[in-house]
Write a protein that binds this ligand. Structure first.
Ligand code: CA
Ligand code: CA
Length: 472
């Protein structure tokens, strides 16, 4: 071969090699991948239906091929060595013994799984696909070994749409028994109008213990679900979203416990105010559920926007407290050593509308006796007052501010003579506000005393909650 021919041949060889290599690349693992020439012959639902006994490990011995789009990967670290995929019939957890799966199988990538030789099982009713192995002498479902992943899992097209299924608490079965075959398990769902029960603290454990953390969320109907987050998630130390709104998550169950797994914090779209939407005609409502609280001294003074919380005599102010998953305003003159304890808690201005205008709230009076039963009565007063000329700032007891005492219209907690606190709140009943127009302020004035000695003590604790004004 002369020099010229040699060089032509070399060019052809190079061109051929380049073409071949480009083809190979576009088939196996390219950016902008297309789906491979593989056809799924079984739906995820049908595959899951083959696993009927919770806890069993069912090895697949036929040429079942499923496909699905990755709806959750391990990018944030909240999932570890696992993906969730979903087709039109359901979702499934895929166990893969490898890290950084998102590099190859990101959310939105369609993947095909040749299931012959794999196994399907469940972890307390959430199903997963992996391999059957013997661990410490017992059969176990384990991740597909990393060197075998490419034998079973074939990546397809990227950036497929990943759309959550909008569901309600009832769609998830409420508090009833879960069904392992529930097609929602393992899928990406969306719930609307949810919020963290306690909108403070972080998504997961930031201590050295690295415990997985369950955080309650609830809807405005108080329906509670769990957001379960690994301490290894890269958002473990991020404060939970403080508002209310929609949440996207992978729906899983652990026995009869419903657990949501977010992919990262962008799945928590709590952008509305924390307080729930109010029924028509509700002009004002406060249940203190969004207030920061502590469960021991020092307590957090009630400090909601627009409210006034001031001690007129002594220095004790209303604090936000929590008991039995409910928050409320609390005031007691006990321990002040003062002969007069007068403290005001005043709402923001409430613009009245409508013709039938009503105030309601509820109260508990605690520690009405120095010891129960049979102690000395130390009942403090609680007055319910309304003003149309208070300005919303400054001393509500200032000269010229006119308050009308509406206490006689309200039913207040009688306190308990058999325990320190009554077992439940007392509803005030309707307090008629029809005489008022424009903007009003409602005040709760604690009137107690704790002088030296016990002869004149009025130290019972007053708790106020669910203050509501309606105009219809
Ligand atoms: Ca409350
Ligand atoms: Ca005293």
């Amino acid at each position: 071969m002369n020099k010229f021919l040699k060089s032509i041949t070399a060019v052809i060889l190079v061109a051929t090699a380049f073409t071949f290599s480009a083809c190979k690349k576009s088939f196996d693992n390219p950016p902008g991948a297309a789906d491979p020439a593989i056809v799924a012959n079984t739906s995820i639902k049908a595959l899951k239906a083959m696993h009927t006994t919770a806890g069993a490990i069912d090895v697949i011995t036929t040429d079942i091929i499923i496909s699905g789009v990755v709806v959750a990967d391990d990018k944030s670290g909240n999932l570890y060595k696992q993906l969730f995929i979903q087709d039109a019939t359901g979702g499934l957890q895929i166990m893969l013994d490898a890290n950084s799966l998102y590099g190859t199988y990101p959310v939105g990538r369609k993947i095909f799984i040749k299931c012959n030789g794999l196994a399907i099982s469940d972890y307390n009713k959430t199903m997963m696909l992996g391999v059957r192995a013997i661990v410490a002498g017992s059969p176990s479902l384990e991740g597909i070994p990393s060197n075998l992943i490419s034998k079973y899992v074939v990546g397809g097209s990227l950036n497929n749409p990943v759309v959550p299924t909008v569901v309600t608490y009832a769609d998830l079965g409420g508090t009833g028994t879960t069904n392992m075959q529930d097609p929602l398990i393992g899928t990406l769902i969306q719930l609307n109008d949810y919020r963290f029960a306690t909108p403070t603290g972080t998504y997961s454990d930031t201590s050295a213990y690295k415990s997985t953390v369950n955080r309650d969320i609830n809807s405005c109907g108080s329906q509670t679900l769990i957001v379960r987050t690994s301490a290894y998630a890269n958002f473990a130390g991020v404060p939970v979203a403080p508002g209310r709104g929609s949440i996207l998550a992978i729906y899983t169950v652990f026995g009869n416990t419903r657990q949501l797994i977010i992919r990262d914090t962008s799945d928590v779209r709590f952008t509305s105010p924390y307080a729930c939407a109010l029924p028509p005609g509700t002009l004002f409502y406060e249940d203190f559920e969004g207030h920061a609280v502590t469960t021991a001294f020092p307590y957090v003074p009630v400090g909601l926007p627009g409210w006034t919380n001031l001690a007129q005599a002594a220095s004790e102010v209303w604090t936000a407290r929590t008991f039995s998953a409910n928050k409320y305003a609390y005031m007691s003159g006990f321990g002040t050593g003062q002969s007069t304890v007068t403290t005001w808690l005043v709402t923001p201005g409430i613009a009245l509308t409508g013709t039938t205008k009503t105030l309601t709230f509820k109260t508990i009076q605690g520690f009405i006796l120095t010891t129960t039963p049979g102690g000395t009565n130390v009942e403090a007063g609680l007055k319910v007052l309304v003003s149309t000329n208070y300005t919303g700032t400054g001393n509500p007891w200032a000269a010229g501010v006119v308050w009308t005492d509406l206490t006689s219209q309200a039913t207040l907690s009688p306190g308990s003579t058999t325990s320190t606190f009554p077992s439940s709140f007392t509803n005030s009943g309707n307090i008629n506000l029809n005489a008022y127009t424009g903007t009003i302020y409602v005040a709760f004035r604690y009137e107690g005393a704790d002088p030296a000695g016990t002869a004149s003590d009025k130290t019972s604790a007053w708790e106020v909650d669910e203050i509501k004004v309606t105009g219809l």
